[in-house]
Design a protein around this ligand. Structure first.
Ligand code: BES
Ligand code: MN
Ligand code: ZN
Length: 508
């Protein structure tokens, strides 16, 4: 297993990245993935060279689609069946109706790749995606789905596992596929990086090691500068929110700032991510059950830091500044208390309504700092509220904005990227409820409508008039159930694709 050196002999586990190629045929593959679509006269195979279909039909003595259905396959999007025969395995993945495109293609390629990777049993496999891919854009989308589908949570083991998939080949003779393939590789690498960070257990990934790993992800990139504020620098700068939340932990907090400033860019995008490396709830301690998944609470910071690296690698002509607000929320003799009054960067004071509402406090510092950069668009992303999860489930993130223009900008990007968002309001009643008798503002109010209270609090830290979108990814950042499509268990890397697409849309 490869690892990023983070501190002395401590390495963060990482999932190996498969190589990515495009080819006119599937020759030499160990596993070939083709589609099974609903045609006008029943199921039909999509992709696969006529010679391969003929060979298969001779082997099985029946039309291939019929064989696949009999073996348990279906045309339902993302369902898979494996047909083993001489030379290689064939994975047939359900594609719905004929003419697969966009997010459905990404999902089908991902499901196929996941089924292919499961055939590895210790041998690295060469996997070909042969699904009738005609355009360069389809090559990119299929490559994204297939690479993302190969991801496996890296276990920390004494016997080092090799990769399950060594090469992904997209079978197509589309013109102009090469640059699209490069885009897919860069994007998938960023999503893998975000997943590696989320999956890393919190005893290995904490503010200092996360910051070091982010530095190495952004090292030697053109037009990129990385700045890490340690505890002393945070005190000097007046980052009272991050210091308060991180104060209960033996592992001191950090603020990571990554700036990508290509010459001539006229638009600035600022990104702020919640980076709680473990959320115990602090003195408002969580239940045992509620704590197990809380290594995921830095998924927002993982998304912004991974995204800025991809944006720089893609060479997009837009200035992007990403902030990771990193702290561990722990109960201890030095922990911040419920009812404490905390001074945020820039001087605003906050009454702590609940030490388990820590995300908004570190984000307050990050947002206030990001506003000083005078961005044209400001996005924050956080695993912020259980309430958002209750409202929208595990596949859809909440989005709350400064107004319709910001919402449109964000939703255009997320739709093109294939990530699911739903807009929630920030009502006037909610804003009024954050009144404090002892500070400028209180961090919490009622339980009902919890996602809106968090958003209203964050909005009070943003310069009025600035285009701003708040993304609550508490649900989709972490998959605690079964893998599906291109989504593995644990960290999903949710948000990376939307943020990269947003930067592409804002670029000149
Ligand atoms: N990190 C949690 C939110 C969360 C819960 C993310 C479950 C992913 C899965 C956040 O810090 C939190 O504890 N929020 C509280 C806020 C409340 C105390 C006002 C919540 O949502 O219950
Ligand atoms: Mn919390
Ligand atoms: Zn949290």
């Amino acid at each position: 297993m490869r690892g990023i050196l983070v501190a002395n002999s401590t390495e963060l586990p990482v999932c190996p990245r498969p190589d990515l190629k495009v080819s006119r045929n599937a020759n030499g593959a160990d596993v070939v993935i083709a589609g099974l679509a609903e045609g006008s006269q029943g199921p039909v195979v999509q992709g696969l060279a006529p010679r391969a279909v003929k060979e298969a039909e001779e082997t099985f003595g029946a039309p291939l689609a019929e064989v696949a259905i009999r073996a348990g396959g279906s045309t339902t999007l993302g369902s898979t069946v494996v047909l083993p025969w001489s030379g290689y395995s064939l994975v047939l993945v359900g594609c719905g109706t004929e003419g697969l495109d966009g997010e459905d293609l990404r999902k089908a390629a991902g499901a196929g790749a996941r089924a292919a990777a499961a055939l590895s049993h210790g041998t690295p496999l060469k996997v070909a995606v042969d699904m009738g891919i005609n355009s360069a854009e389809q090559v990119r989308i299929a490559a994204e789905g297939a690479l993302l589908g190969c991801y496996k949570v890296p276990a920390v083991t004494s016997n080092h596992d090799g990769p399950e998939v060594s090469t992904v080949t997209i079978v197509s003779n589309a013109r102009g596929a090469k640059p699209e393939l490069d885009k897919a590789r860069i994007l998938a690498d960023a999503v893998y990086t975000a997943r590696d960070w989320v999956d890393a257990p919190a005893n290995l990934l904490y503010p200092k090691t996360f910051a070091t790993s982010a530095q190495s992800w952004c090292k030697d990139l053109k037009d990129v500068t990385v700045e890490v504020l340690d505890e002393k620098a945070l005190v000097r700068g007046g980052f009272g929110g991050i210091l308060a939340v991180g104060g209960g932990s033996a592992r001191s907090p950090r603020l990571v700032r990554v700036e990508y400033a290509p010459e001539g860019a006229t638009t600035t995008l600022a990104l702020v991510g919640k980076g709680i490396t473990f959320d115990s709830g602090g003195l408002n301690i969580k239940t045992a059950d509620g704590m197990y998944t809380m290594k995921c609470d830095m998924g927002g910071a993982a998304a912004v830091l991974a995204a800025v690296g991809a944006i720089a690698r893609l060479g997009l002509n837009v200035r992007v500044i990403a902030y990771g607000c990193l702290a561990e929320n722990m109960p201890s003799g030095s922990a911040w208390r419920p009812s404490d009054v905390v001074t945020i960067y820039g001087g605003k004071t906050v009454e702590n309504g609940n030490s388990d509402a820590e995300g908004r406090i570190v984000m307050a510092d990050g947002l206030a700092r990001a506003c000083e950069d005078e961005p044209d668009f400001l996005v924050d992303i956080a695993t912020l509220t259980g309430a958002c999860m209750v409202a929208l489930g595990n596949h859809t993130a909440g989005v709350m904005t400064s107004g319709a223009q910001a919402a449109d900008t964000l939703l255009d990007a997320s739709e093109a990227a294939g990530e699911d968002f739903w807009e929630l309001p920030i009502t006037a009643e909610v804003r009024d409820a954050l009144h404090s008798d002892v500070a400028d503002v209180k961090s919490t109010a009622a339980r009902e409508g919890g996602a809106m209270y968090a958003a209203a609090f964050l909005q009070s830290c943003v310069t009025p008039g600035l285009d701003w979108a708040h993304l609550d990814i508490a649900g989709p950042a972490y998959n605690n159930a079964k893998p599906h499509d291109y989504i593995p268990i644990q960290g999903t890397g949710f948000g990376v694709r939307t943020l990269v697409q947003l930067a592409a849309n804002l670029a000149d």
